[in-house]
Design a binder for this molecule. Structure first.
Ligand SMILES: C[C@H](O)[C@H](O)[C@H]1CNC2=NC(N)=NC(=O)C2=N1
Length: 119
């Protein structure tokens, strides 16, 4: 079992096309550690998604930029939609067209960025 704090402190390992997708069992145990996140299937590919509500556009932009910096540090990149007061974040692993433990690690790290925002 891996709890959210542990997930958040893990490094994203290089993900290659031959890396295995997370199994249904792994998905169930990781998702339990990141409340607010859900899996959503888009064109046959599972994504991990969460909507963050923040107080204004500047804060949404700040969170977006922090997630962008994290993505560059880890070499793993999300889809982000920025709107006034909202940041929609989706993690999945393009190389395997699905979810890898890396995506759960990144979601846990995203949670920490959100919690550290001045709200
Ligand atoms: C070469 C480079 O590391 C790869 O293209 C990385 C970049 N960021 C990535 N991000 C995500 N989410 N999935 C990938 O498969 C991926 N591949």
């Amino acid at each position: 079992m891996v709890v959210m704090a542990e997930l958040a402190s893990m490094k994203c390992e290089a993900c290659r096309a031959e890396s295995p997708r997370a199994t249904a069992e792994e998905i169930n145990s990781y998702i339990a550690e990141i409340p607010g996140w859900k899996t959503v299937e888009h064109e046959g590919v599972l994504h991990l998604e969460r909507r963050y509500k923040v107080k204004d556009f500047a804060t949404a932009l700040e969170l977006t930029n922090k997630i962008g910096t994290l993505a560059e540090q880890e070499g793993h990149h999300p889809a982000i939609t920025l709107q006034w007061g909202l940041v929609d974040v989706a993690w999945w692993t393009h190389a395997i067209r699905g979810l890898h433990r890396n995506d759960f690690i990144m979601a846990a790290k995203t949670e920490e960025l959100f919690k550290a925002l001045k709200k």
